[in-house]
Design a protein. Structure first.
Length: 278
């Protein structure tokens, strides 16, 4: 299991970052490594995110010194969404079959989590996000058919999309993790406009299902001091609570959002009119 660490930044410091430093601090581009679990630990609300990519072998999620326990979920909860292929996730001996678009919530205290592909000839990709947890809630399988859909936007503003809420009060109870997937319709490229911030929660965006040669320009920074990161397929970006999180692609795409912080109210955000951005 591979782990990178990222430390929290003050918004005043971010004003001095060039493109290289922005990417070093906020971008995680090693989400999927075949037959590895690849994770990033950000000190923004101590969220851990990344991917499991089993092909020829099964992969077990492990703890260690970085988590203060040999059991990864000793004091954490975990959300998983399968983004490609099909496979299984086994949580303390219980096997959950996962196809593309299916989700899984695993509660605090689960001792063993193992990822496997359904077919050794074809790998499976599982994206995951984990937050600290204070109590245990039931492990729950969430096929995409049971996720909570919300249709937002319209074609005239290039942001017609469906938000599928997986780890969310409308679907199940968790400690602080909120997680879902947004699918943009053909011809739509904006994932959020007008932009917003939520001081009470940080967020991680993971972009995928991008066609070859396509990119997403992820907007970052404070409303009067904006920056951007150019995102390629299957890359993730850390958005601290003080930062806007919005983006526009060169074509339609899908992204997974994961949030942690003081509350789980999805609409607890401060919207900023586009004309006020600088």
């Amino acid at each position: 299991m591979k782990l990178e660490k990222r430390y929290a930044e003050h918004p005043e410091d971010m004003k001095l970052y060039d493109t290289g430093r922005m990417r070093d601090h906020f971008l995680f581009d090693k989400v999927f490594i075949k037959d590895e679990i690849s994770l990033c630990y950000t000190h923004s609300d101590r969220v851990v995110f990344g991917g499991a990519y089993p092909a020829a072998k099964k992969l077990q999620l492990k703890g260690g010194k970085d988590f203060g326990s040999d059991v990864f979920l000793d004091r954490r909860e975990l959300g998983i969404i399968c983004i490609d292929g099909s496979g299984t996730v086994t949580a303390d001996g219980k096997v959950f079959k996962m196809k593309k678009g299916d989700g899984l919530y695993i509660g605090k205290g689960t001792a063993q989590v193992v990822f496997a592909a359904a077919d050794k000839e074809k790998a499976a990709k599982f994206y995951m996000a984990s937050t600290p947890a204070h109590t245990t809630y039931p492990t729950t399988h969430i096929p995409i058919e049971k996720a909570n859909p919300r249709k937002l936007g319209e074609a005239s503003t290039c942001n017609a999309r469906t938000i599928y809420q997986y780890v969310h009060p409308a679907v199940l109870q968790s400690c602080q993790l909120s997680m879902g997937m947004t699918i943009l319709e053909e011809g739509s490229v904006w994932n959020t406009m007008p932009v917003h911030t939520h001081e009470r929660r940080m967020e991680v965006y993971f972009y995928f299902d991008m066609k070859p040669g396509q990119v997403v320009f992820h907007l970052h920074g404070q409303t009067t001091e904006t920056r951007h990161l150019v995102m390629k397929n299957e890359e993730a970006v850390i958005s601290p609570s003080w930062s806007i999180h919005s983006g526009a692609g060169t074509a339609a795409y899908t992204f997974i959002w994961a949030m942690a912080g003081e509350n789980q109210i999805f609409d607890d955000m401060d919207t900023v009119p586009a004309v006020e951005l600088k």
